[in-house]
Write a protein that binds this ligand. Sequence first.
Ligand SMILES: Nc1ncnc2c1ncn2[C@@H]1O[C@H](COP(=O)(O)OP(=O)(O)OP(=O)(O)O)[C@@H](O)[C@H]1O
Length: 262
Amino acid sequence: MNPDAVISVDKATITRGGTHLIRQISWQVELDERWVVLGPNGAGKTSLLNLAAARVHPTRGTVHVLGERLGRVDISELRTRIGFASAALAGTVPADEKVLDVVVTASWSVVGRFNERYDEMDVLRAKGLLDQFGVASLADRTFGTLSEGERKRVQIARALMTDPELLLLDEPAAGLDLGAREDLVRRLADLAEDPDSPALVLVTHHVEEIPPGFGHVLLLRDGGVVAQGLIEETLTSENLSKTFDLPLTLSQVDGRFAARAS
Ligand SMILES: Nc1ncnc2c1ncn2[C@@H]1O[C@H](COP(=O)(O)OP(=O)(O)OP(=O)(O)O)[C@@H](O)[C@H]1O
């Protein structure tokens, strides 16, 4: 394993109350890589992402994130280098928080604006990120009034605010209607294609949500790895069938995937 990789997980197991959330996982993410973590409900995807986000420690095994070994580093400092967007985090945003503030407060690693004073540069950056995700016109609305799709985009803008070296997205398209999903997939594809983007890891249940430009996949089932590697070699009908424990046929058109029962 290369501890200087963006994420380096070596035989990591997380155990809670006698249950293995993930077991013996080894996984490495390099600087210029875009990964999809795919698996059914309860496979351990969020648990693995929480390790990569330095939010939990492994029960066994070792984890390095951005060259720092979990357990031997100031976690709060490390977290400022990681962008993380998840439904659980969105739930901590006060409903009356102004959208622009939801994004700009990321530079202070806080949610909820109190008396912080923001640099004009931070405000401009936040506005630019809202624009990149097509929600600049919502900057003065309160977070609680946004639709699910709008919230997802604002969360990603927030996660990018600190110019992170690693961006983790936990089910960014969950709960979106078809139009909102397609819009988000296109924006994430643009992000994936930008060489200045951080290393990206996206968790999903659905192959339809994989944006073009994501080159690697980790397939998880029951807390263990079914297969991992380059998406064109690893994301096959056979591996997908093993992952979801039913016969599936995978198809690919113009860089997008679809799956159905065989
Ligand atoms: N604190 C805990 N104690 C016991 N079991 C837990 C705990 N947290 C999670 N689990 C279990 O560990 C397994 C993996 O959970 P995890 O949330 O990582 O899966 P997931 O792949 O993200 O699932 P989903 O797609 O449903 O979000 C699940 O079976 C879950 O019930």
